[in-house]
Design a protein. Structure first.
Length: 467
């Protein structure tokens, strides 16, 4: 069988497998996982589009110590580490903690699925918790408990639905990388519409209406998953620890794969620390330093601040077909970059996007504003970089991680976003005290450094990763 011929799953790969047919050359189950993830990301990014603005422009201005449960305790803990925090630095730290912790809890969610209740049950529990958390956001006093519920729910949901995508394909099936790219389009389709819906409701009708819309989106995703569960292949048996059973040690190749993933972990943290400024300091740049007016003939309007959060996801599904086609063309010529090289390019893309913002910041006078097209260019370059790193990383884990710890390793990989987002919150806390051009230059330098580190490991890691 040639390397380009798909290797479909059979009953030999997964006992009890039922063939439900394909859609556009992929298992039908991918359609439902796509829809579930799309609506889950609608809820996540819809809330995230409002989060920083909600804290800076409203919640933290209205005596939060008395109105928000747990605020005083959290602020005291953060100030014991970082010193006194004003409204913007405090909001940036909360943003970093939240967006970071949603990517730490997947390690626990992966363990629960692998060892206790299975992936499908864990996904359902996670989706239900996230729906509850979004509706809790509609109550100001429950702001921090709501974030905690969302963090736990995401931890249960995220690693297991990502792993289920890889589980649709047999080892060696070349469609796996393309499936993750398709899945990534679903992520960003939801992320595109959410700022337009949740952001508009939050900015024009009321913050709580925006958060409520995010909750409705999560419920839709849960219903899609429950309906589509019948098309998923049966899960592998749950392996529970037993005092009477000897552990099977990892093979040499399995250890090499785990070590390779751990080596790539740290530079990926730096990637996410710089990438995630888009929902934090870039949102503040769009609100305070960007001329958002747009004119067409005699018609003039102002782009809502939250709509800029739709640029990146729109470009994801607009650019993905071209990037995938480019890789296929390069593969035929034997020039497709290795996985590690692609990830290095992703970091360099984020560095270049921030260098563009250095130029934008230098181009405005005191009290002035930059044209919104600078942000358009920023998101175009940032998105291209993301396509070279994020979906490739998910596919990489599903291909090389040992099967018995696959969900846990997916959680470990997603934890790069935990550390990265936490670091992004700390970096964002310098926004109000630094010159804006210097701030963007700092972010660009960190992203470029991550790219160099990944690049240096290209030769030793590529054969370990089976390329």
């Amino acid at each position: 069988m040639s390397p380009s011929t798909p290797l479909p799953l059979t009953a030999d790969d997964v006992p009890g497998l039922v063939d439900h047919g394909t859609v556009f050359g992929h298992p039908k189950a991918l359609t439902f996982l796509f829809g579930t993830e799309m609506w889950e990301r609608f809820s996540y990014y819809g809330m995230r589009a409002l989060l920083t603005l909600y804290m800076v422009k409203y919640l933290f201005l209205n005596n939060p110590a008395e109105t928000v449960f747990g605020y005083s305790t959290l602020k005291a803990m953060l100030e014991s580490v970082f010193g006194p925090l004003g409204v913007q630095p405090m909001a940036s730290q909360v943003y970093g903690l939240y967006t970071g912790l949603v990517f730490l809890t997947p390690i626990l969610g992966g363990l629960v699925a692998d060892r206790l209740i299975g992936r499908s049950r864990t996904v359902v529990i996670g989706a239900a918790l996230m729906a509850v958390g979004h509706f809790m956001m509609a109550f100001e006093g429950m702001f921090l408990p709501a974030l905690l519920v969302l963090i736990i729910g995401n931890g249960a949901f995220k690693p297991n639905i990502s792993t289920q995508v890889g589980g649709l394909y047999a080892p060696g099936d070349h469609r796996r990388d393309r499936a993750y790219s398709i899945f990534y389009v679903g992520i960003n389709l939801g992320a595109f519409f959410s700022p337009l819906v949740c952001g508009t409701l939050g900015e024009t009708v009321g913050w709580h209406f925006g958060f409520g819309a995010a909750g409705v989106g999560m419920l839709v995703g849960l219903f899609i998953y429950l309906y589509g569960k019948r098309y998923l292949p049966p899960e592998p048996p749950i392996v529970r620890k037993s005092a009477n059973r000897e552990k099977t040690p990892f093979t040499r190749q399995e250890w090499k794969a785990v070590i390779a993933l751990l080596i790539l972990w740290f530079p990926n943290v730096l990637f996410w620390a710089t990438y995630e400024q888009q929902g934090n300091t870039i949102a503040l740049w769009a609100d305070d330093f960007t001329d958002r007016s747009i004119s067409l003939l005699s018609w003039t309007a102002e782009i809502p601040t939250t709509w800029f959060q739709a640029f990146n996801p729109f470009m994801i599904f607009a650019f993905t077909p071209f990037v995938v086609t480019l890789w296929a063309w390069q593969a035929k010529r034997g020039s497709e970059p290795s996985t590690v090289t692609k990830m290095a390019f992703g970091c360099f893309g984020v560095a270049l996007a921030n260098l563009l913002m250095v130029m934008a910041a230098h181009g405005i006078e005191a009290g002035g504003k930059s044209n919104w097209l600078w942000l358009f260019g920023y998101f175009a370059i940032l998105t291209t970089g993301e396509l070279y790193l994020s979906p490739i990383g998910l596919s990489l884990v599903s291909k090389v991680a040992p099967g018995r710890i696959l969900s846990m390793m997916m959680g470990v990989w997603l934890a790069t976003s935990f550390a990265g987002n936490f670091l992004s919150g700390w970096l964002g806390s310098f926004w109000s005290s630094m010159d804006k051009a210097a701030f963007f230059l700092m972010i660009a330098a960190i992203a470029a450094g991550a790219g160099v580190v990944i690049w240096l490991f290209n030769k030793p890691l590529t054969p370990i990763l089976g390329e």
